[in-house]
Ligand binder design. Structure first.
Ligand code: AP5
Ligand code: MG
Length: 216
């Protein structure tokens, strides 16, 4: 099963993709996480992407298509993958179509996660992540059970993304509206677009996604 989670910054793509990966065993492919790992490692890709990401703009199609092409050809993707943050432009969507065709993969569902703009800013500004195992949290919506301690690995170190502030959110939202939202009619026309209520609580969003995947 190959799916795309499509939605604005902070919509909950990563939260839901992580849960699906754990429960269903299909691989989460988060281009944002891959780029942040590249920035942290100081690789050429990371050097090219760092400033662009901090401004909240999109990294070039050429780099992103190369990154995903390499990744989906790896053996662990054979059972299926969840694209989280890709494609984000029409050129990326077209390149993905070509990759899937060449690899004889099909695209099962494109799941749109719809969330109000005000809620999105609250979500990204309150987000933090365990620096050791990467588990995602939110100050208000998903705090750690014990204050300052990761529920999963017990680490007491957390990190925040440089682009998670109200100012950069404006640029990220503008990029979404101009370059990514036009993909909704692109996939709707192909009959693969399904919508879930991203404003609902995390468990309810997950339930709706599972219902889409089950074809109900
Ligand atoms: P990326 O990392 O993909 O960021 P994004 O799309 O802006 O999305 P986020 O990761 O911010 O949000 P999310 O939808 O994953 O939400 P989450 O589940 O964490 O990309 C970063 C940058 O990399 C881009 O700006 C660009 O520069 C570059 N890039 C990446 N891919 C690219 C591409 N293909 N092309 C070009 N450039 C690319 O949830 C957010 C918070 O809300 C969390 O704290 C969570 O706990 C909470 N939350 C989640 N669900 C709910 C809920 N239902 N109710 C309440 N709180 C919730
Ligand atoms: Mg994410």
């Amino acid at each position: 099963m190959n799916i795309i989670l499509l939605g604005p910054p902070g919509a909950g793509k990563g939260t839901q993709a992580q849960k699906l990966q754990n429960d269903v065993g299909i691989i989460q492919l988060s281009t944002g996480d891959m780029l942040r790992a590249a920035v942290a490692s100081g690789s050429d890709l990371g050097k090219k992407a760092k400033a662009v990401m901090e401004r909240g703009e999109l990294v070039s199609d050429e780099l992103m298509v190369g990154l995903i092409k390499d990744r989906i050809s790896q053996p662990d993707c054979a059972k299926g993958f969840i694209l989280d943050g890709f494609p984000r432009t029409e050129a990326q969507a077209k390149a993905l179509d070509k990759m899937l065709e060449e690899g004889s993969h099909q695209l099962d569902d494109v799941i749109e996660m719809e969330v109000d703009e005000k809620a999105l800013t609250e979500r990204v500004v309150g987000r933090f992540t365990c620096a050791k195992c990467g588990t995602g949290y939110h100050e208000k919506f998903k705090p750690t059970k014990v204050s300052g301690v990761c529920d999963v690995c017990g680490s007491t170190e957390f990190s925040r993304r440089k682009d998670d502030n109200a100012e950069t959110m404006k640029t990220r939202m503008a990029a979404y509206r101009a370059q990514t939202e036009p993909l909704l009619p692109y996939y709707r026309a192909r009959g693969v677009l399904k919508k879930v209520d991203g404003m609902a609580a995390m468990d309810e969003v997950y339930r709706q996604i599972r219902a889409v995947l089950a074809g109900t």
